[in-house]
Design a protein around this ligand. Structure first.
Ligand SMILES: Cc1ncc(COP(=O)(O)O)c(C=O)c1O
Length: 405
């Protein structure tokens, strides 16, 4: 018998899942490149640096030493112990190895946490602008994302009062991400305390704190951990990983630290889905955590210099409003003036159309703010070389000036 229409046979949880705008833009940029067009991509969410040498060497040595077999599902105990030491020393968090689950990237840590906590009818609060991947995973788990918006004027921060007003007995989880992708905001100690007060007032609510950009901070900002605040450890799952700070995106290594019952649930899920992270990569991660940090510091300094370059160009564009990012490697300018001009001239009617036009006419790829729940802004990544950034900024500025000229 012939197979029934495969599209209709797919589970609703995947067929209802939309391609992320970031992937769509990257795909369009790749297609134009394949046609020979010189495209500058400012969409990239990964360090352009190679993984530091001592970490690469540790992975090779681990393979030679025979670390090529399955690892324990929640991760090697030596790595979990090293992570417990790191969380204590750097984040003021007190976890035992048993409360830590090593994952295939922070993405899997987030998926494990959401799937372990959220079910049909549960609400998860997202603070826009938010990293787009959270939303799809919440929906796949049967949850309902409740998106709270912010504005350029509020520095793209959602207030604790807004969060308190949106919470109910249906709220299972609040997701925070500081430093933020895409806004670059770092939540202050006061912000975290106010948020902790809101969470503590709800018996069922937990918080997922995505701290993946913690090492990429500027102007003396320090990203705090909400789980370290009084009474918050049992209410928090702290997610982090090696992708950004250690330039290890392709290694796929992350982790979650959580109260024991949740850590056990996450390990159980992981046992069913992936059986955990790669064994020799886990050995290399110990070297990353416990070896020299010069390369991490040097990368941070390079991002800081690039941020300066971005701000010099962006603040000179008429009508563009932009905050200097406090962390991560993205700038998130408000482009509403350019968008109004684009609408008047029939060039684009929303930020997605504006990004498409910038790509097709000026050959610079960017990501629309609507991809992060915040239409009217655009995300520009500065995880690229200075030459590439200058080229991209020039095209971006020329495009916006052409629109408004
Ligand atoms: C906010 C945020 N969290 C998590 C991740 C995923 O990191 P990983 O590569 O460890 O899965 C990303 C990657 O872009 C991110 O921007």
């Amino acid at each position: 018998m012939p197979l029934h229409d495969l599209e209709k046979t797919l589970a609703a949880r995947v067929s209802g899942f939309e391609e992320a705008a970031i992937l769509r833009m990257s795909r369009k940029a790749r297609k134009l490149r394949a046609q020979g067009v010189d495209i500058v991509s400012m969409t990239i969410g990964e360090p352009d640096f190679d993984t530091p040498e001592h970490i690469r060497k540790a992975a090779c040595a681990a393979m030679d030493e025979g670390w090529t077999h399955y690892a324990p599902i929640p991760g090697q105990v030596e790595l979990r112990a090293a992570l417990a030491r790191k969380l204590g020393a750097e984040n003021g968090l007190s976890y035992t190895a048993d409360e830590i689950v090593v994952t295939n990237g922070a993405k899997q840590a987030i998926t494990n946490a959401i799937f372990s906590l959220v079910e049909d009818g549960d609400e998860v609060i997202l603070l826009a602008p938010f990293w787009v991947a959270y939303e799809g995973v919440i929906r796949m788990a049967g949850g309902t994302p409740v998106v709270l918006s912010s504005s350029f004027e509020s520095n793209y921060k959602v207030s604790a009062t807004q969060i308190a007003a949106a919470m109910s007995e249906r709220t299972k989880l609040v997701i925070i991400n500081s430093p933020s992708n895409p806004s670059g905001i770092v939540l202050s100690a006061t912000d975290l305390r106010a948020l902790a007060n809101v969470i503590r007032a709800h018996p069922r609510a937990m918080v997922l704190s995505d701290e993946i950009y913690e090492y990429i901070v500027f102007d003396g900002h320090k990203a705090g951990s909400i789980g370290a605040l009084p009474g918050m450890k049992p209410r928090t799952v702290t997610v982090n990983g090696f992708s950004k700070g250690f330039a290890m995106t392709g290694w796929r290594l992350g982790y979650a630290a959580a109260p024991p019952a949740l850590a056990r649930a996450m390990a159980k899920m992981q046992g069913a889905f992936t059986a955990g992270a790669n064994a020799f990569v886990q050995r290399a991660a110990i070297a990353a955590l416990e070896g020299p940090r010069d390369a991490v510091a040097a990368m941070r300094e390079a991002y800081e210099a690039r941020r300066k370059l971005m701000m010099t160009w962006l603040t000179a564009i008429p009508g563009l409003r932009v905050h200097a990012p406090q962390g991560a490697f993205y700038v998130f300018p408000d482009v509403s003036a350019a968008l109004a001009a684009a609408r008047r001239r029939g060039i684009a009617h929303d930020d997605t159309g504006l990004c498409d036009w910038l790509l097709e006419r000026h050959h610079v790829a960017t990501v629309p703010g609507s991809a992060f729940g915040t239409p009217g802004a655009i995300r520009l990544s500065f995880a690229a070389s200075t030459e590439e950034l200058k080229k991209g900024l020039e095209r971006f500025a020329t495009g916006l000036e052409e629109l408004q000229g």
